[in-house]
Structures are given as C-alpha cells and as structure tokens.
Design a protein around this ligand. Structure first.
Ligand code: NAG
Ligand code: NAG
Length: 351
C-alpha cells in the first residue's frame, strides 16, 4: 500500500516526459470515414483479401454485429455445380445483403464442401456448415462428418468462411441419437475443429430440447457453442395469420434466452410457408399458408430488428428459410420458376 503514491508519481512523470516531444509536432487531424465498412468478415462492404490470410486474428466480425437479417438457408441436396453455387452466393450476397448461407440437406459428392468454400470465398459470404442426419436413423452422417472435417482441415480457406458447424437438422426432435450421445458428438467435433476455431452447435427447435428435458437436452445445451434455433410459428397450435405470429416467436425465443446460458442466437430455420404439402401441415385450424402470409412473416421479423438486437448474448441474427421453392416447397423467396414470390425483400441488417 505504501508504495502506491510513489507509483503514481512515477507514472505522472513518465507521462509528462512523453508529452514533451509532441508539443512541437504539427497538429494532425485523423479523419475516419464514418461510412467505411467494418474491416472484418463477412461485414457488408468488406473487401476480400486477394490471398488467403495467414491467421484468423481479427478476421471474424464480432457476433454482436450479427443481428437482424444475416442470410438464407440454402439446400444443397441438388448437389449444385460450382458455377451454380457461385452464381447463387453472389446473388445472395449482393442483391440481398446477406452475410451467410446456412446449409440445409446434404450432397454426398466427393469434395462438395470444397466447392462451397470456393463459392463462399468468391462471394465474400460466410457459411453455417451442416452435417445432415436425415430422418431415418441411418448412419451416413458419420461419413459426411468425416469428409467435412477432412475438408475443413485440408482446404486452407475453409476456416475463413466457416462460421459454425451444425449437426442437423433437428437431431433432438428426430431422436437420431440419444441426447447424451449427441452431446458427446458435439464435444468431439469442438475438439476436432478447435485449431480452426470453428464453433459447433446443433440446428434445432425449442420443442426439440423441451421434449428431451428429462433425458439429456441439458447436456446438449451445455455442449453447444452457440444456438442455431428453428423458428417455425406456422406449426404452432396457436398459429393463425403471420401478422399475429410475434407472440409465438417470442415464446420460443424466450425459452432459448432463459436456457441458452447467454450464448449467441441465430434463427437458422425460420420462415412461413406459402403452401401446405405432405410434410407441411399446420397444427392449428386457423393457420394460413399463402404468399401474403409468407411475406407478412418477413415483415414481422424485420419490424422487430431492435428487439432482436437487444437480446443478451449479442442479439439474434435471422436466416430466411429458404432461398428457393425448389429447395423446400412453399418456403422459398424464389418460386420454382425462379421469380421472386414477393418484393422487395430488403430486411434490415442493422438498426
Ligand atoms: C478430425 O476428424 C477427422 C475425421 O473424422 C479425422 O480424420 C482427423 O484426424 C481429426 N482431426 C483431429 C485434429 O482431431
Ligand atoms: C399484415 O400487416 C401488414 C402491415 O400492416 C398489412 O399490409 C397486411 O395486409 C397484413 N396482412 C393480413 C393478411 O392481414
């Protein structure tokens, strides 16, 4: 304690000495362009480097900037060609101001994820990668996991575009593994990808966790690095029109906030269908599926930008599920004939 005043005097002295040389320097004004984009990936306006960076230091934007609209769910089950991926990712980035695509479905073509990395790098867009389980309890997911991990390690650009790895889709709801075993997979993936700094999660509904409350959902919640939440209010027993969906959204969102330990939240599978189909049947007689309501759901999300921003853990970033009706009937922004189903689609990316 007795030394503290002396220390203060010393610091004051050093400051005084250091201050002197500056007195004779000409006055300099440092001008900061207020409209300059944040110098981080994948901020809108960020210029991709011409070569692969040597390290991840200062590469990723802070997740607290990733709220509001962040991009599209994009199904890859069609095994799109590299040129198709490049063209779609450029449109997704440039026309709709997306920062990410979230993979949905699977393509087992050898080296497919190299094409995703190539197209994502070229468009300057990040990826929530996904290991697809499917719904039928088979074990192809293990081969998908191993080949994806292989490419994440071998492709020098993979870690610069891969924001997160998801196990999906809805592995708890589909009961593809016992929850504690799923949690072990998440933990093993985190270990495998730690040198690449790629966080790991599952893509799941609040209900998927809730129904496993007594048999291991907590293990999964503890293991995941961030929350990739599914938000599909059309299926609620309370559903009517999309304009009335915010309280339904809030119920599930609050569950994630209450149980999510402050982890960053993205809404990865998040939309409202314009048509029903075999796999898309409402649980409320009042639920309305048409393009007007698909559009209105987008407007509801966009109107709550500030509410999403205020959520603890860095705000909520939402993906639009899905890019095209070719990928999931009725949920697309584009119809199967490649036309926008409604327009404009220009959700806020900051507020
Ligand atoms: C990561 O997983 C892949 C595929 O399972 C494996 O081949 C590789 O050795 C693992 N790497 C590390 C660092 O654990
Ligand atoms: C939903 O609200 C918007 C904005 O107030 C309105 O334009 C739209 O017609 C409403 N949709 C329905 C189906 O009532």
């Amino acid at each position: 304690m007795a030394f503290l005043p002396l220390l203060h005097v010393l610091i004051a002295l050093c400051l005084a000495i250091n201050a002197h040389p500056l007195e004779h320097e000409p006055t300099r004004t440092v001008s900061v362009d207020a409209s300059a984009p944040p110098n981080c990936f994948p901020a809108l306006g960020f210029t991709m480097p011409s070569t692969t960076p040597s390290s991840l230091t200062n590469w990723w934007c802070d997740t607290s900037t990733e709220y509001g609209f962040v991009g599209f769910s994009y199904e890859v089950t069609a095994c799109q060609s590299l040129s198709q991926l490049r063209s779609d990712f450029l449109t997704i980035r440039q026309t709709f101001n997306s920062r990410y695509i979230r993979m949905y479905g699977f393509c087992d073509r050898t080296g497919f994820y190299n094409d995703i990395v190539d197209a994502a790098w070229g468009a300057g867009i990040g990826v929530h990668a996904l290991i697809w389980f499917g719904f039928d309890g088979t074990d192809e997911w293990m081969g998908r996991r191993d080949s994806l991990f292989g490419i994440l390690h071998s492709n020098p650009r993979a870690k610069f575009v891969t924001r997160a790895l998801q196990f999906g889709s809805e592995p708890l709801f589909d009961w593809v593994l016992d929850p504690p075993v799923l949690a072990q997979q998440v933990i093993a993936a985190k270990k495998n990808l730690s040198s690449l700094q790629i966080p790991v999660t599952i893509s799941e509904m609040a209900y998927g966790y809730q129904e496993h409350e007594d048999d291991g959902a907590q293990d999964v919640l503890d293991a995941i690095d961030l929350i990739d939440a599914h938000m599909l209010p059309f299926f609620s027993t309370e559903a009517s029109i999309a304009n009335a969906s915010w309280p339904i959204v809030l119920t599930d969102l609050d569950w994630f906030i209450d149980n999510g330990q402050g982890k960053k939240i993205y809404l990865t599978e998040n939309g409202w269908p314009s048509v029903t189909s075999d796999g898309v049947q409402p649980n409320s007689p009042s639920a309305v599926a048409n393009v007007q309501n698909e559009h209105d759901y987008y407007s509801v999300l966009d109107a709550h930008c500030k509410d999403f921003k205020a959520v603890p853990g860095g705000g909520v970033g939402w993906f639009w599920h899905i890019y095209s009706d070719d990928m999931e009937p009725g949920y697309g922004l584009f119809s199967t004939s490649g036309k926008l189903k409604f327009s404009p689609f220009s959700p806020k990316t900051s507020c």
